[in-house]
Each structure stands twice: as structure tokens, then as C-alpha cells.
Design a protein around this ligand. Structure first.
Ligand SMILES: Cc1cc2nc3c(=O)[nH]c(=O)nc-3n(C[C@H](O)[C@H](O)[C@H](O)COP(=O)(O)OP(=O)(O)OC[C@H]3O[C@@H](n4cnc5c(N)ncnc54)[C@H](O)[C@@H]3O)c2cc1C
Length: 379
């Protein structure tokens, strides 16, 4: 089949690579560049971790995806995955970790339930104030984000895929007309993988199903080198207690990364400046002092503003356009799709080839107009 994919973020990129591998002829269109600065797949790094509440499917997908990330690493000869471990910290509510712990054990994903005392001894960098339970995933860690997208593009082109730098105009009002071609050539099938831009491109269909939230990410520097905050001494981490922050320790390439995962304000993709806000800077510094009291004199060395494309239940959209079975919509990454790019690409390949049905978890008709937006952490 001749397939056109619009958007070379992690979802479009992996779908293109997997569809090509399955024997299709694939054209990949991207307005800017894979992993460009305003895309949701841009920036330096992304966490890859196993705990996913009661969502067994995501945990299976993480396992498969990690294998795939490592497989392309060996093809490329570049490191994309850094197994620095991942520490989970829970407050009173521990169910998200407890259920996943049992499932991850079942599928042989390395995970330990460690006592607070042991956590304190192993990772004295963290203050465990307000923490009631910790889980540790020794083989999890982080992936290179922008670099990952760029290198998969390289593999895709080497394997015979066609990459075209072009912004494709999508006229939503003509989609009901089966003769309307989004791409001006004889594609049999189109995959719309436009990330946060899906909301405005498909305003009638998705306008009220997606919320594009503004996310600030900070990199801190130390006033003097201190190896205890490096990846060699401490893991990546997620704090799911009262406040929901996550981070990655010092790496060779950047500072001590920290971000607030809450999704409170919206961003205008075209109109807004991407500068951190004083209120959030104070909040992150306050959190830094609270959770890492021995991190002396923290100063922000860099900040980024990115966006999540949130759905109401934190699950993705991977479904056919209601009027067009030759158009697949993939998006709604909800702040957690990067790691799962390979599984999304495989699922897309099965759907396009008729080897799988739309999963109700990702379907368009699961949405109810009265639903409120919530993250995959359901908080
Ligand atoms: C700050 C931040 C931290 C995150 N942390 C994690 C994490 O730790 N772990 C994790 O797994 N996930 C994480 N995520 C989520 C993950 O990165 C996203 O869910 C994922 O990257 C979304 O990818 P995408 O391909 O849907 O969108 P995008 O990466 O935005 O790609 C869409 C692409 O489509 C292109 N496009 C749009 N319209 C057109 C058009 N008309 N013509 C041509 N091209 C077009 C755009 O230019 C863009 O490049 C994070 C996201 C952010 C922002």
C-alpha cells in the first residue's frame, strides 16, 4: 500500500518506520523537522518506566517498546536509552504503584518494593517527607528525545522511506467527501500524526476532546560539582505524593532536570511565547528545597516550555476518521507517549493492514462531552 504520514514526532516517526518495515511504500511529511523545538517530541530526554496503574496494556507496550528502542540503538550505533533506574515516591495513595507492581512482576519487568529506610540509605539525595511508599525500577531510565526522532528518520530513509519537509494543509470540512485527497497524489492511506496541531486541524472532530497544556521544564545547575546528583549516584524519579513532579539527575549533556506534571493552563501553539513564568519558577525552587535539601544553591541553567496533548482519560487516540476508513488519526499523547512510540507504530501497522481492530481504549467514540481532563495518573 502507498501510505502518507503527516507529522514526524515520535508517533508518526515510529509508525512510518514500522509500516515501511511491513513492506508498505511510505512518505513521511513534516512541516519543520523531527523533534523540532515546538513539537511534543522535542527537548532532550524522556522517562521510560514500567509502572502504569491498572493499565496492563501500557505495561506490555513499555516492555516491547524498550526492546525496540534498544534494537534500533544497535542498528544505529548510538545510545538512546540510559538505564539509570527510576524511583517512584507515593504519598497516601499507593494504588497506582501497587497494582502495577504485581503485574510487572508477572511479566518479568525488574521492579523492587523497597522500604523507606532502604530508600533513604540508597538515595540520601531525596528527603522522603510526605512519602509513604517507594518502588524502584532498576532497569528503567530515560531516552534521548529529539535525537531519537532524528535518528529514526535516518534509519527510515536508509531503509527506503521518503521524508518530505512540507506543511500539509488539511481541510477538515472536506473530509466527508471521499474524493478529497489530503495529499496531492495517489496515496491509498493517510495517517494524521500531527501531535498538538490535531486540535486545530480537526477542530470539529477533536476541538473539545483535546486540551493542549503548557508544561515548563527546568534544568538546575550546582554551584560546585557534586557527583551525588549525577546519574551514576541517583536514579530518575517520579513523585506522586501531594505534588506531582518528576526528574532526571545530571547527565553529560544537561543539568538536573525537574518538571511539574500537573496540567493546569492551556497554551496557544502559534501565539504564545515559550518563556517560564515567575510563579512556576518559585514553585519549582520551593519543591527543590523541599525534596532535595542538600542540593546547595540551586540555580536554573535552562528552561523550556513544551505542551502535552491531553485527552479526558489520559489515553491516546488511535482510530479511523469517522467518515474515512482511509485516514487514521493518532495523537493525544497526554504526556506519556514518547517511550511507547514503537508499540504505537506496531499497532498502527496492524490497524492499517487489517490485522487488528481499534482498541476501545483509544477509540474516538469513547469520549463523553461531560468528561473532565485527567492524566494517566488519574489525578
Ligand atoms: C515536557 C514534556 C515531557 C514529557 N515527558 C515524557 C516522558 O517522560 N515519557 C514519555 O513517554 N512521554 C513524555 N512526554 C510525552 C511525549 O513526549 C509526547 O506524548 C509525544 O512526544 C507526542 O508525540 P506526537 O508525535 O504525537 O507529537 P509531536 O512530537 O508534536 O509531533 C507532531 C508533528 O507533526 C508535525 N505537523 C503538525 N501539523 C503538520 C502538518 N499540517 N503538516 C506537516 N507536519 C505537521 C509537527 O511539526 C510535529 O513535528 C512528554 C512531553 C512533554 C512535552
Amino acid at each position: 500500500m502507498k501510505i502518507s504520514i503527516i507529522g514526524a514526532g515520535v508517533m508518526g516517526m515510529w509508525s512510518a518506520y514500522k509500516l515501511l518495515d511491513a513492506g508498505h511504500q511510505v512518505n513521511l511529511y513534516e512541516a519543520y523537522y523531527p523533534g523540532h523545538t515546538r513539537s511534543s517530541s522535542g527537548g532532550e530526554s524522556r522517562l521510560i518506566r514500567g509502572i502504569y496503574g491498572k493499565d496492563d496494556l501500557y505495561m506490555d507496550w513499555v516492555q516491547y517498546s524498550l526492546e525496540q528502542w534498544q534494537k534500533i540503538e544497535s542498528k544505529l550505533g548510538n545510545q538512546l536509552f540510559y538505564p539509570v533506574g527510576c524511583l517512584w515516591m507515593f504519598g497516601n495513595e499507593t494504588a497506582y504503584g501497587d497494582y502495577a507492581f504485581d503485574y510487572l512482576k508477572k511479566i518479568d519487568w525488574p521492579i523492587d518494593s523497597i522500604s523507606l529506610n532502604e530508600t533513604r540509605n540508597r538515595f540520601p539525595q531525596f528527603s522522603l517527607k510526605g512519602i509513604h511508599k517507594t518502588y524502584y525500577e532498576p532497569n528503567s531510565g530515560y531516552l534521548m528525545a529529539r535525537l531519537g526522532c532524528q535518528l529514526i528518520k535516518k534509519l527510515f530513509v536508509q531503509a527506503g522511506g521518503t521524508y518530505i519537509q512540507e506543511q500539509i494543509p488539511v481541510d477538515e470540512n472536506r473530509l466527508e467527501d471521499f474524493n478529497y485527497k489530503i495529499i496531492d497524489h495517489d496515496s491509498d492511506f493517510v495517517v494524521l500524526a500531527c501531535g498538538p496541531w490535531l486540535k486545530s486541524l480537526l477542530k470539529n472532530l477533536l476541538g473539545n476532546k483535546l486540551m493542549i497544556s503548557r508544561q515548563e521544564i527546568y534544568y538546575f545547575s550546582l554551584s560546585a560539582p557534586n557527583p551525588s546528583f549525577n546519574t551514576s549516584s541517583m536514579p530518575a524519579w517520579i513523585d506522586l505524593s501531594e505534588r506531582n513532579y518528576y526528574g532526571i539527575p545530571f547527565t553529560d549533556q544537561r543539568g538536573f532536570k525537574m518538571a511539574d506534571d500537573s496540567r493546569l493552563s492551556e497554551i496557544d501553539l502559534e501565539e504564545d511565547d515559550r518563556l517560564p513564568t515567575p510563579k512556576k519558577i518559585e514553585a519549582i525552587k520551593d519543591y527543590m528545597r523541599f525534596r532535595f535539601p542538600t542540593f546547595m544553591h540551586p540555580k536554573i541553567s535552562e528552561a523550556r516550555v513544551c505542551q502535552y496533548t491531553n485527552t479526558t482519560d489520559g489515553n491516546f487516540i488511535i482510530d479511523f476518521h469517522p467518515q474515512r476508513k482511509d485516514i487514521l488519526i493518532i495523537g493525544g499523547g497526554s504526556g506519556h507517549a514518547f517511550k511507547l512510540g514503537p508499540s504505537i507504530g506496531s499497532h498502527v501497522t496492524q490497524l492499517v493492514s487489517g490485522q487488528a481492530n481499534v482498541n476501545p481504549m483509544f477509540s474516538l467514540d469513547r469520549f463523553n462531552d461531560s468528561d473532565k481532563f485527567q492524566s494517566q495518573f488519574k489525578r
